[in-house]
Write a protein that binds this ligand. Structure first.
Ligand SMILES: [Zn+2]
Length: 283
């Protein structure tokens, strides 16, 4: 199995409870899809072929503690925060992580919420231009001038950006781990990734758009692909100058209303008077 290494930060507090830690590690190792689980430098390192969101749920349930993904992949990694931008009626949000495995294939790991139940196409697009939301990200990334296809098609018979379909459950959540033999992380940083409203027919349909976009409809959410930290490359514990620490961050939206809790003293403003509020604390 092609595994990925995930660095999972667990909220053990100031002192690690060894008994809980050892129990968590042995239970994780007994789990199908998990090859190894060790504690290293304050985090649990999991080698797995499961989607990262499933690993986080497992760590949380086995340890009884909060857990966040701190690093993903040993070599080059990238991440895209996916949202419906301003163009769409529905509120779709999620994250897709890309990892270049030492073995060669790329792993696209993600979870996306707010989708309609069923299949949705996922594609890397040519540009990272979000000036008009998902409308300005260009066509599917296609350096070889190939027709639209599916992820199992060879390099010359598909767009490089064709990652096939993800499936959302009845709650609108899609959790996935796609292994792809064509795309490389270094080719897609700065481009964007989008999820479409409908199913991608992988270029095998009869509709005129089948060979263009798999008749999958318009993107309902998209985001720019940016370089990200691999395992043990991210020493950060505080997420931004708004003073939100990783444990607060876990339950907050990425931006906007709800990012900061206004009825509590702000961490970075605690010793400040309101007239001298630091710029980062302004609402
Ligand atoms: Zn395509």
């Amino acid at each position: 199995m092609l595994t990925s290494k995930l660095e999972v930060l667990v909220d053990f507090g100031p002192k690690v409870d060894t008994e809980t830690l050892n129990k968590t590690l042995s239970e994780l190792k007994a789990q199908e899809g998990i090859k190894e689980a060790v504690y290293k430098d304050g985090a649990i390192l999991v080698e797995t072929c499961l989607p990262s969101s499933q690993v986080l749920e497992l760590v949380t349930s086995k340890s009884g503690k909060r857990a966040v993904l701190q690093g993903f992949g040993e070599t080059q990694s990238a991440v895209a925060m996916i949202s419906s931008q301003s163009c769409c009626k529905s509120q779709v949000m999620g994250v897709i992580r890309f990892q270049q495995t030492p073995e060669g294939p790329l792993v696209a790991d993600g979870s996306i919420d707010g989708l309609t139940a069923g299949s949705h196409g996922v594609h890397v697009h040519d540009t990272g231009d979000l000036s008009q939301g998902c409308k300005s990200i260009g066509d599917h990334y296609n350096p070889c001038g190939a027709p639209h296809g599916g992820p199992s098609d060879p390099k010359g018979s598909r767009h490089a950006g064709d990652l096939g379909n993800i499936v959302a459950d009845e709650n609108g959540r899609a959790t996935f781990r796609i292994v792809d033999n064509v795309l490389k992380v270094w080719d897609i940083i700065g481009r964007s990734v989008a999820v479409t409203e409908g199913r991608d027919d992988l270029g095998r349909g009869y509709s005129p758009t089948s060979k263009i976009d798999g008749d999958s409809g318009t993107p309902v959410a998209c985001g720019i692909i940016a370089r990200s930290a691999g395992i043990f490359q991210n020493p950060k514990r505080i997420c931004a100058c708004d003073g939100v620490v990783v444990w607060d961050e876990k339950d907050r939206p990425l931006a906007g209303k709800g990012r900061r809790v206004e009825d509590k003293p702000k961490r970075c403003c605690q010793q400040e008077h309101t007239e001298h509020v630091k710029p980062c604390c302004r609402v």
